[in-house]
Ligand binder design. Structure first.
Ligand code: PLP
Length: 307
Protein backbone atom coordinates (compact mmCIF):
# COMPACT_ATOMS: atom_id res chain seq x y z
CA UNK A 1 0.00 0.00 0.00
CA UNK A 2 1.36 3.43 -0.95
CA UNK A 3 2.27 5.96 1.71
CA UNK A 4 1.90 8.79 -0.79
CA UNK A 5 -0.51 11.68 -0.51
CA UNK A 6 -0.85 15.02 -2.29
CA UNK A 7 -0.16 17.35 0.60
CA UNK A 8 1.53 17.24 3.98
CA UNK A 9 0.96 19.76 6.76
CA UNK A 10 4.28 21.14 8.02
CA UNK A 11 4.52 23.77 10.73
CA UNK A 12 1.22 25.38 9.80
CA UNK A 13 1.35 25.14 6.00
CA UNK A 14 0.52 22.56 3.37
CA UNK A 15 3.40 21.45 1.18
CA UNK A 16 3.45 18.99 -1.73
CA UNK A 17 4.44 15.43 -0.74
CA UNK A 18 7.80 15.62 -2.55
CA UNK A 19 8.76 18.89 -0.82
CA UNK A 20 8.06 17.71 2.74
CA UNK A 21 11.75 17.45 3.61
CA UNK A 22 13.88 18.20 6.67
CA UNK A 23 17.59 18.88 7.19
CA UNK A 24 19.92 16.01 8.04
CA UNK A 25 20.93 17.92 11.19
CA UNK A 26 17.38 17.64 12.54
CA UNK A 27 17.99 16.94 16.24
CA UNK A 28 15.34 14.21 16.55
CA UNK A 29 16.95 12.21 13.74
CA UNK A 30 20.10 11.96 15.85
CA UNK A 31 18.79 11.48 19.37
CA UNK A 32 15.10 10.53 19.17
CA UNK A 33 13.46 13.24 21.29
CA UNK A 34 10.10 13.71 19.61
CA UNK A 35 6.55 12.45 19.89
CA UNK A 36 4.01 11.06 17.47
CA UNK A 37 0.49 9.77 17.17
CA UNK A 38 -1.29 7.18 15.08
CA UNK A 39 -4.95 7.89 14.37
CA UNK A 40 -7.44 6.37 11.96
CA UNK A 41 -10.29 7.81 9.92
CA UNK A 42 -12.89 5.45 8.49
CA UNK A 43 -15.66 5.76 5.96
CA UNK A 44 -18.74 4.76 7.98
CA UNK A 45 -21.80 2.97 6.65
CA UNK A 46 -23.59 6.32 6.15
CA UNK A 47 -20.92 7.16 3.55
CA UNK A 48 -19.30 9.87 5.67
CA UNK A 49 -15.73 9.78 6.92
CA UNK A 50 -15.05 10.22 10.63
CA UNK A 51 -11.82 10.37 12.62
CA UNK A 52 -11.94 8.11 15.67
CA UNK A 53 -11.12 9.72 19.04
CA UNK A 54 -9.16 12.59 17.46
CA UNK A 55 -9.21 14.82 20.55
CA UNK A 56 -7.90 12.03 22.80
CA UNK A 57 -5.03 11.31 20.40
CA UNK A 58 -4.05 14.96 20.18
CA UNK A 59 -4.27 15.30 23.94
CA UNK A 60 -1.88 12.34 24.23
CA UNK A 61 0.47 14.00 21.72
CA UNK A 62 0.58 17.10 23.92
CA UNK A 63 1.06 14.90 27.03
CA UNK A 64 3.93 13.09 25.28
CA UNK A 65 5.56 16.43 24.42
CA UNK A 66 5.03 17.70 27.97
CA UNK A 67 6.76 14.56 29.29
CA UNK A 68 9.52 15.10 26.72
CA UNK A 69 9.93 18.80 27.73
CA UNK A 70 8.92 19.99 24.26
CA UNK A 71 6.51 22.88 23.93
CA UNK A 72 4.33 22.58 20.84
CA UNK A 73 3.86 26.02 19.24
CA UNK A 74 0.19 25.32 18.42
CA UNK A 75 -2.94 24.62 20.43
CA UNK A 76 -4.58 21.20 20.59
CA UNK A 77 -7.50 22.61 18.63
CA UNK A 78 -5.18 23.84 15.88
CA UNK A 79 -3.60 20.39 15.56
CA UNK A 80 -7.02 18.69 15.48
CA UNK A 81 -7.98 21.09 12.66
CA UNK A 82 -4.69 20.36 10.86
CA UNK A 83 -5.54 16.62 10.96
CA UNK A 84 -9.04 17.18 9.60
CA UNK A 85 -7.80 19.49 6.83
CA UNK A 86 -5.00 17.11 5.82
CA UNK A 87 -7.56 14.33 5.28
CA UNK A 88 -9.90 16.68 3.43
CA UNK A 89 -7.22 18.14 1.14
CA UNK A 90 -6.00 14.67 0.20
CA UNK A 91 -9.56 13.46 -0.44
CA UNK A 92 -9.07 10.37 1.72
CA UNK A 93 -12.06 8.33 2.87
CA UNK A 94 -10.20 5.78 5.00
CA UNK A 95 -6.73 6.66 6.18
CA UNK A 96 -4.12 6.59 8.91
CA UNK A 97 -3.08 9.97 10.31
CA UNK A 98 0.39 10.58 11.69
CA UNK A 99 1.07 13.81 13.58
CA UNK A 100 4.76 13.98 14.55
CA UNK A 101 6.46 16.61 16.71
CA UNK A 102 10.22 16.88 16.53
CA UNK A 103 13.17 19.11 17.39
CA UNK A 104 14.52 20.92 14.37
CA UNK A 105 18.13 21.64 13.48
CA UNK A 106 20.34 24.27 15.13
CA UNK A 107 22.29 23.15 18.17
CA UNK A 108 23.74 19.64 18.13
CA UNK A 109 24.36 19.28 21.88
CA UNK A 110 21.88 17.05 23.68
CA UNK A 111 19.87 19.78 25.42
CA UNK A 112 19.36 21.87 22.24
CA UNK A 113 17.08 24.23 24.13
CA UNK A 114 17.01 26.78 21.33
CA UNK A 115 16.00 24.36 18.55
CA UNK A 116 12.48 24.86 17.22
CA UNK A 117 9.78 22.33 18.07
CA UNK A 118 8.35 21.44 14.67
CA UNK A 119 5.21 19.56 13.79
CA UNK A 120 3.89 17.72 10.75
CA UNK A 121 0.69 15.89 9.95
CA UNK A 122 0.81 13.19 7.30
CA UNK A 123 -1.98 10.88 6.07
CA UNK A 124 -1.75 7.70 4.09
CA UNK A 125 -3.78 4.65 3.20
CA UNK A 126 -3.09 1.81 5.60
CA UNK A 127 -4.98 -1.46 5.65
CA UNK A 128 -5.00 -4.01 8.46
CA UNK A 129 -1.61 -3.59 10.22
CA UNK A 130 -1.34 -7.29 11.09
CA UNK A 131 -3.08 -8.39 7.89
CA UNK A 132 -6.70 -9.14 6.92
CA UNK A 133 -6.13 -12.83 7.55
CA UNK A 134 -4.78 -12.01 11.03
CA UNK A 135 -7.83 -9.85 11.84
CA UNK A 136 -10.11 -12.70 10.87
CA UNK A 137 -8.34 -15.82 12.08
CA UNK A 138 -5.74 -14.56 14.54
CA UNK A 139 -1.95 -14.33 14.46
CA UNK A 140 1.01 -16.16 15.96
CA UNK A 141 2.93 -14.22 18.59
CA UNK A 142 6.11 -14.81 20.54
CA UNK A 143 7.49 -13.39 23.74
CA UNK A 144 10.50 -11.27 22.91
CA UNK A 145 13.82 -11.56 24.70
CA UNK A 146 13.70 -7.75 25.00
CA UNK A 147 11.89 -6.43 28.08
CA UNK A 148 9.56 -3.46 27.93
CA UNK A 149 11.12 -0.30 29.37
CA UNK A 150 11.42 0.04 33.10
CA UNK A 151 9.06 2.86 34.11
CA UNK A 152 11.93 5.00 35.29
CA UNK A 153 14.19 4.30 32.33
CA UNK A 154 11.81 5.55 29.68
CA UNK A 155 8.68 7.58 30.01
CA UNK A 156 6.24 4.90 28.97
CA UNK A 157 3.13 7.09 28.98
CA UNK A 158 4.70 9.14 26.19
CA UNK A 159 4.58 8.02 22.59
CA UNK A 160 8.16 9.16 22.23
CA UNK A 161 10.05 8.46 19.01
CA UNK A 162 13.34 7.11 20.37
CA UNK A 163 11.58 4.72 22.74
CA UNK A 164 10.36 2.76 19.72
CA UNK A 165 13.79 1.22 19.17
CA UNK A 166 12.77 -1.21 21.94
CA UNK A 167 9.61 -2.19 20.03
CA UNK A 168 11.41 -2.44 16.68
CA UNK A 169 14.08 -4.77 18.07
CA UNK A 170 11.40 -6.98 19.64
CA UNK A 171 9.32 -7.03 16.45
CA UNK A 172 12.29 -7.79 14.19
CA UNK A 173 13.49 -10.52 16.54
CA UNK A 174 10.22 -12.48 16.47
CA UNK A 175 9.54 -11.83 12.77
CA UNK A 176 12.93 -13.36 11.96
CA UNK A 177 11.64 -16.49 13.69
CA UNK A 178 8.42 -16.55 11.68
CA UNK A 179 5.99 -14.92 14.13
CA UNK A 180 3.83 -11.90 13.41
CA UNK A 181 3.93 -9.99 16.68
CA UNK A 182 6.18 -9.62 19.71
CA UNK A 183 4.84 -9.70 23.25
CA UNK A 184 7.01 -7.99 25.80
CA UNK A 185 7.41 -8.66 29.49
CA UNK A 186 8.19 -5.90 31.97
CA UNK A 187 11.48 -5.84 33.84
CA UNK A 188 9.92 -7.94 36.62
CA UNK A 189 8.81 -10.62 34.18
CA UNK A 190 5.08 -9.84 34.02
CA UNK A 191 3.29 -9.42 30.70
CA UNK A 192 3.42 -5.79 29.59
CA UNK A 193 2.23 -5.17 26.04
CA UNK A 194 2.96 -6.03 22.43
CA UNK A 195 5.39 -4.03 20.28
CA UNK A 196 2.63 -1.62 19.22
CA UNK A 197 -0.52 -2.84 20.97
CA UNK A 198 -2.02 -3.47 24.40
CA UNK A 199 -2.97 -7.01 25.42
CA UNK A 200 -6.14 -8.65 26.68
CA UNK A 201 -6.65 -12.25 27.78
CA UNK A 202 -9.86 -14.03 28.74
CA UNK A 203 -10.18 -17.02 31.05
CA UNK A 204 -13.55 -18.39 32.23
CA UNK A 205 -15.31 -15.30 30.81
CA UNK A 206 -13.13 -12.92 32.84
CA UNK A 207 -11.04 -10.36 30.95
CA UNK A 208 -7.56 -9.37 32.11
CA UNK A 209 -5.49 -6.47 30.87
CA UNK A 210 -2.29 -4.90 32.17
CA UNK A 211 -3.02 -1.93 34.46
CA UNK A 212 -2.61 1.63 33.20
CA UNK A 213 -0.07 2.37 35.93
CA UNK A 214 2.43 -0.18 34.63
CA UNK A 215 4.95 -0.11 31.79
CA UNK A 216 2.38 0.28 29.01
CA UNK A 217 1.31 3.04 26.68
CA UNK A 218 -2.15 4.17 27.75
CA UNK A 219 -3.81 2.90 24.59
CA UNK A 220 -6.90 4.67 23.33
CA UNK A 221 -8.12 1.41 21.78
CA UNK A 222 -7.58 -0.30 25.14
CA UNK A 223 -9.82 2.33 26.71
CA UNK A 224 -12.44 1.84 23.97
CA UNK A 225 -12.42 -1.94 24.51
CA UNK A 226 -12.77 -1.51 28.28
CA UNK A 227 -15.76 0.73 27.69
CA UNK A 228 -17.37 -1.79 25.28
CA UNK A 229 -16.66 -4.65 27.69
CA UNK A 230 -18.35 -2.71 30.52
CA UNK A 231 -21.38 -2.13 28.30
CA UNK A 232 -21.58 -5.94 27.83
CA UNK A 233 -21.24 -6.46 31.62
CA UNK A 234 -18.08 -8.48 31.12
CA UNK A 235 -16.00 -9.06 34.21
CA UNK A 236 -12.75 -7.07 33.84
CA UNK A 237 -9.57 -7.21 35.91
CA UNK A 238 -6.92 -4.60 35.26
CA UNK A 239 -4.03 -6.41 36.88
CA UNK A 240 -0.58 -7.75 36.13
CA UNK A 241 -0.44 -11.29 34.81
CA UNK A 242 2.19 -13.85 34.00
CA UNK A 243 3.33 -15.39 30.72
CA UNK A 244 1.81 -18.75 31.64
CA UNK A 245 -1.55 -17.01 32.02
CA UNK A 246 -1.21 -16.23 28.31
CA UNK A 247 -0.57 -19.89 27.53
CA UNK A 248 -3.65 -21.02 29.47
CA UNK A 249 -6.02 -18.26 28.33
CA UNK A 250 -9.25 -19.25 26.57
CA UNK A 251 -8.98 -16.19 24.33
CA UNK A 252 -6.41 -13.52 23.67
CA UNK A 253 -6.21 -10.42 21.50
CA UNK A 254 -4.11 -7.30 21.02
CA UNK A 255 -5.53 -3.83 20.45
CA UNK A 256 -4.25 -0.63 18.92
CA UNK A 257 -5.20 2.01 16.40
CA UNK A 258 -3.10 0.34 13.70
CA UNK A 259 -3.77 -3.31 14.62
CA UNK A 260 -7.41 -2.65 15.61
CA UNK A 261 -8.60 -5.79 17.42
CA UNK A 262 -6.39 -8.67 16.31
CA UNK A 263 -6.94 -12.11 17.85
CA UNK A 264 -3.88 -14.12 18.94
CA UNK A 265 -4.16 -17.80 18.14
CA UNK A 266 -0.77 -18.95 19.34
CA UNK A 267 1.93 -17.76 21.77
CA UNK A 268 5.35 -19.40 21.97
CA UNK A 269 4.03 -22.37 19.94
CA UNK A 270 1.17 -22.98 22.38
CA UNK A 271 -2.34 -22.83 20.97
CA UNK A 272 -4.55 -20.30 22.71
CA UNK A 273 -7.98 -21.77 23.50
CA UNK A 274 -9.35 -23.49 20.42
CA UNK A 275 -6.83 -21.78 18.15
CA UNK A 276 -9.61 -19.65 16.69
CA UNK A 277 -10.93 -16.22 17.74
CA UNK A 278 -13.20 -16.87 20.73
CA UNK A 279 -16.77 -15.59 21.20
CA UNK A 280 -15.93 -12.62 23.46
CA UNK A 281 -13.09 -11.54 21.17
CA UNK A 282 -15.41 -11.73 18.16
CA UNK A 283 -18.15 -9.78 19.91
CA UNK A 284 -15.75 -7.01 20.98
CA UNK A 285 -14.14 -6.88 17.55
CA UNK A 286 -17.53 -6.59 15.84
CA UNK A 287 -18.64 -3.86 18.27
CA UNK A 288 -15.39 -1.95 17.67
CA UNK A 289 -15.79 -2.04 13.90
CA UNK A 290 -19.43 -1.06 14.20
CA UNK A 291 -18.33 1.96 16.22
CA UNK A 292 -15.52 3.12 13.94
CA UNK A 293 -16.93 2.24 10.53
CA UNK A 294 -20.41 0.83 10.95
CA UNK A 295 -23.58 2.47 12.11
CA UNK A 296 -23.27 2.34 15.92
CA UNK A 297 -24.42 5.38 17.86
CA UNK A 298 -21.74 7.67 19.23
CA UNK A 299 -22.83 8.52 22.80
CA UNK A 300 -19.28 9.42 23.87
CA UNK A 301 -18.72 11.80 20.94
CA UNK A 302 -15.69 9.86 19.75
CA UNK A 303 -16.29 10.59 16.06
CA UNK A 304 -15.15 13.75 14.29
CA UNK A 305 -16.84 13.87 10.90
CA UNK A 306 -14.80 15.47 8.15
CA UNK A 307 -17.56 15.73 5.54
C1 PLP B 1 3.64 0.46 22.47
C2 PLP B 1 2.21 0.68 22.14
N1 PLP B 1 1.27 0.19 22.97
C3 PLP B 1 -0.04 0.34 22.71
C4 PLP B 1 -0.48 1.01 21.59
C5 PLP B 1 -1.94 1.17 21.33
O1 PLP B 1 -2.31 2.50 21.49
P1 PLP B 1 -3.59 3.10 20.75
O2 PLP B 1 -4.69 2.18 21.01
O3 PLP B 1 -3.79 4.42 21.40
O4 PLP B 1 -3.25 3.19 19.31
C6 PLP B 1 0.47 1.54 20.71
C7 PLP B 1 0.04 2.27 19.52
O5 PLP B 1 0.11 3.44 19.46
C8 PLP B 1 1.83 1.38 20.99
O6 PLP B 1 2.76 1.88 20.18
Amino acid sequence: MSIESDLIWMDGEFVPFKDAKIHVLTHTLHYGLGAFEGIRAYKRSDGRTAVFRLQEHIRRLFDSCHIATMKIPFTQEEICNACVQTIQKNNFEDCYIRPVAFLGDGEMGLAALSNDVRLSVICWKWGAYLGDEGLKNGIRAKISSFNRHHVNTSMVKGKINGQYVNSILAKREVMAQGYQEAIMLDTEGYVSEASGENIFIIRDQEMFTTPFGSSILGGITRDTILSLAKSFDYKISEQRFTRDMLYTADEMFVVGTAAEITPIREVDNRTIGTGKPGPMTQKLQAAYFDLVKGSAEDPNEWLTYIN
